[in-house]
Design a protein around this ligand. Sequence first.
Ligand SMILES: Cc1ncc(COP(=O)(O)O)c(C=O)c1O
Length: 384
Amino acid sequence: MKDSTHIIHTKAGRGPRNTVNPAVERGSTLLISNRQDLYGDGKVYGRMGLTVHRELEAAMCALENAKHTRLAANGLQACALAIGAVLKAGDHILIADSIYGPTRRFCTRRLAAMGVKSTRFSPTHSADLEGLITSETKVILLESPGSLTFDICDTPAIVELAQRHGLITLMDNTWGAGVYHRPLDLGVDISIQALTKYAVGHADAMGGAVMTNSDKLATKIAACSEDWGISLGPDDAYTALRGLRTLHTRLKQHEATGYRVANWLSERPEVASVLHPGFESHPEHALWKRDFSGANGLFGVILNKVSETKLDAFLEAMKLFAMGFSWGGYESLLIPCCDQLNRMKTDPIHNRPGPILRVHVGLEDADDLITDLEQAFAAMAAAD
Ligand SMILES: Cc1ncc(COP(=O)(O)O)c(C=O)c1O
């Protein structure tokens, strides 16, 4: 069975009247008839999740080839849960420099307050990583492709290094979405997804998920989730579960339109380079080809030198592309992201000629999106 069939037929979660989808129970209190069951091991309270949560967990396990899934209210919380579960005061974590900014902030601010040290490393220089490992190092945190710069790390090499040193590897797999990339299959210990993006796919709900094949790590993640009181609302869980059934089909379209728009952009005189791991010109294209089975609609663009006035004219002239945070929905988004960049001094991104943009290509027609960008570039040219 192909993955796209499997995700539709796995644990279909029939409702009580044999409906195709599970019922959404909205409840905090579960009424329990036996006194013994009140304090048993069961799921006895809404925070522990209800039917729809169990179905979403099962579907996420199928998607990521995982044994265990724990849900969270959003992607950042899922990252914090996975990281918090495997560290304690006195430990040290190595964080890839291109992880999602708020996750990095969690490491440098919250973990620091909890007595955990963090050190950044260049995701594309895994050979240098070994030198950063100390006797306190417990965890390596990865995201591939990295946020904003779309660099790909050599995951199998980093996993091999981690295993040699007894370290736990974590990866934010939101871009690969479990469709184009399965970190657990590459030996990563914990995979994390912001369900808010492609799983939900319609920009109308938030969610996060933490996956592992290790019983020991799953127990730690469950304990951390209990301690931090982490839960996901049933309507958001339902929305994410529904999104998984169409994920493969939507991603194929995001991918195809994404390539059309990225190729067109790469030919424009205003564009210095396109940051898309599927492009042969991408520095880690070979790693991407080896470890991923496809791309989605999210990539970066570096413009040539341009004035702020011209950049504003371009951004404000867009009609189909909108400015807004997040990605993975059906609508196209484009944001300037220099303000979010926070990279080590040695990162080549500092040598770029102009601003960096993040493009999310939605499900609109590629010709319409290109026409929109063309008129926005014309507005840029006309501005002084
Ligand atoms: C790669 C990545 N991970 C995690 C998150 C956080 O997800 P959420 O917005 O659901 O907290 C984001 C959000 O943009 C993201 O891009």
